[in-house]
Design a protein around this ligand. Sequence first.
Ligand code: COS
Length: 385
Amino acid sequence: MDLQLTEEHKMIRDAARDFAQKEIAKVAAHFDETGEFPYETINKMGQLGFMGIEVPEEYGGVGMDTVAYVLALEEINKVDAAHGTIMSVNNSLYCHGILKFGTEEQKQKYLAPIAGGEKVGAYSLTEPMSGSDAGTMRSRAVRDGDEYIINGTKSWVSSGPAASYIVTFVMTDPEAGHRGITAFIVETDKPGFHTGRKEDKLGIRASATCELHFEDYRCPVENRLGEEGQGFKIAMTVLDAGRVGIAAQALGIAEGAYEASLEYARERQAFGGPIGQLQGIQWKIADMKCRIEASRLLMYQAALAKNASKETGARYTTEASIAKLYASEAAMFCAHQAVQIHAGMGYSKELPIERFFRDAKITEIYEGTSEIQRLVIARNELGLR
Ligand code: COS
């Protein structure tokens, strides 16, 4: 595995680090507290190219590779995972699917505003009764001439309340099971589309999440993404890309918690010296560091596999699931240890440690729970699918 970073990689990593520290750090606690969507910082991130890192310049992105993407995402998440979530939804879940499966017209129309940060994109697969078992959705799209009429409810849509366009998966042929699912690019300002209640969440509170309600929503045929019945495979292919991003997010959260812990362990005095001199704290630091470095290697492995897939078309499902699974559990571990090292201060809202702890949890849940990642890895290893 070649881990040499190019000058371009270092440039985007440093730009993201700089932006996160100067622009996001000062507003993160406010947006976490209020749960408001941070339109202004997201717009600025778009102007800097962070919202469409792998989108070619001709479609309004910056045309860099997956390593550039994960490096930038990691830096944003070191400071705030809510901004990180919005960034990863735009890049991986929205832009990646349109780039890979969209027509030329769809790419022209639907990529640039999202890659540039003027508008927000989202992805909607889950429904109230179908989460991990994604093939069992109940929403329906029925063809009517040059349109599909969509009815049903989608749930847990990250960036849903803010999104202008949403890649949405709907059943067109219930008899065909997962092969009866079709993907659509939904414009949210059209009749028949409503957002439901915004979820009041434990973490990533500024990345708004909601239900979507479709009532005789008319979607033109030209907004179908891929062919009829291809939706489940599109959803899974996009989730492979998404999971590489979540590994980067989890790594960033782990590092944010770790770096704060190192600083605290050097400064906080107890029993005649800094607490970093105590073995109980040293073991925590060592365990955190090992998990962070292992996560980084797995994230790079997955990012390089995703890069290679652009040429070969080969799937990188296992690499993505391993990286996501390991890094998200490492993030939870590190955030937990960070609270313990900071003790009372880790529990207080004065420091971002408790926010890291709350934010880390979602990485073990969304874009496939840890249990689903284990299932995917094991099935692929056993050759069952
Ligand atoms: N890339 C491309 N195609 C894939 C794929 C992938 N990563 N994973 C599965 N497929 C294809 C399979 O090849 C199969 O194709 P055929 O129709 O030709 O047989 C089809 O999809 C169905 O696959 P499978 O039988 O494995 O589907 P299951 O219903 O058993 O479910 C899991 C597969 C559980 C892995 C899937 O539903 C999943 O990932 N669930 C979690 C969903 C999720 O992450 N939700 C969060 C939403 S975003 S917050």
